[in-house]
Design a protein around this ligand. Sequence first.
Ligand SMILES: Cc1cc2nc3c(=O)[nH]c(=O)nc-3n(C[C@H](O)[C@H](O)[C@H](O)COP(=O)(O)OP(=O)(O)OC[C@H]3O[C@@H](n4cnc5c(N)ncnc54)[C@H](O)[C@@H]3O)c2cc1C
Length: 265
Amino acid sequence: MARQLYTARLEKKVCLSESAQCYHFEFVVDELDKFDLEAGQFVSLIAQDPAGKQQTRAYSLAAAANGNRFELCINRVEGGFFSNYIADLPVGGSIQMHGPHGHFVLNKPVTDSFLVATGTGIAPMRAMTQWLFPENGPDRSEGREIHLFFGTRYPTELYFHEYFTELEKKHKNFHYTTTVSRAGEEWKGNRGYVQKYISEVIEAQARQKGIALPMVPPPDSTPASELKFDQYTYICGLNNMVSSVRDALTGYGWHKKQIIFERYD
Ligand SMILES: Cc1cc2nc3c(=O)[nH]c(=O)nc-3n(C[C@H](O)[C@H](O)[C@H](O)COP(=O)(O)OP(=O)(O)OC[C@H]3O[C@@H](n4cnc5c(N)ncnc54)[C@H](O)[C@@H]3O)c2cc1C
């Protein structure tokens, strides 16, 4: 079946990091009253490359559903076609798209969750936290403990830092940990990779609950319908990081069905 194509008009574009060439985009789909997305999903954008070939790329939605609008967070990839095409799109310009797509969404009912992102992998996490803790409307987090771990190379790449910092102040069940892998000496915050900080929380939780690590996962013979967990991890970013975090979690005895991920490359 042919996919329904839409035209999205770029209404606003903000540079989030000059050095990383990362932009925050706000689009409007004029032909729709409502763009019905689920936090965590992505859209497919379409454009013709200089050779006249149609190119399609996936981009995570960076905000929860909001009428006929959607937001993206995209950085230029050196030598890449699409990321540079979209980064150069002027306000008022438009792009063909289809979606939303994807299964990288929160389990319902909401459970305790680790949200783990590096770089622009923060986009779906912003959509998820906006959905969990809406600015206007009832809290959907059901009192569950939500930990966001955000890793970047430099402090200037901690996109939406103010939003997450404010969210942490407002909601005692939302915890925000940042870490930077290539910070200069002046950086006073965490350093290194996200895995280290996830491990600290897992080990602290185990001590608090009196659980020995590694936990014993359910046997492989357990039917999928019976695999229900009280904690999930959602990981988004480049493949190396996703694999490392998955390995770290399975090393603690997490079941692979507890680990939901989106890889950008
Ligand atoms: C489900 C999904 C959601 C995504 N969401 C986002 C998003 O929200 N924001 C975002 O910026 N990107 C996102 N991406 C990545 C995006 O789809 C493109 O792959 C990226 O913009 C590069 O496209 P390009 O045409 O510029 O580069 P290409 O011409 O496709 O690739 C050029 C070179 O860069 C490498 N490469 C591809 N992607 C990346 C990358 N992300 N980082 C570094 N090197 C890369 C390729 O291996 C290739 O060697 C997502 C990918 C997927 C699958």
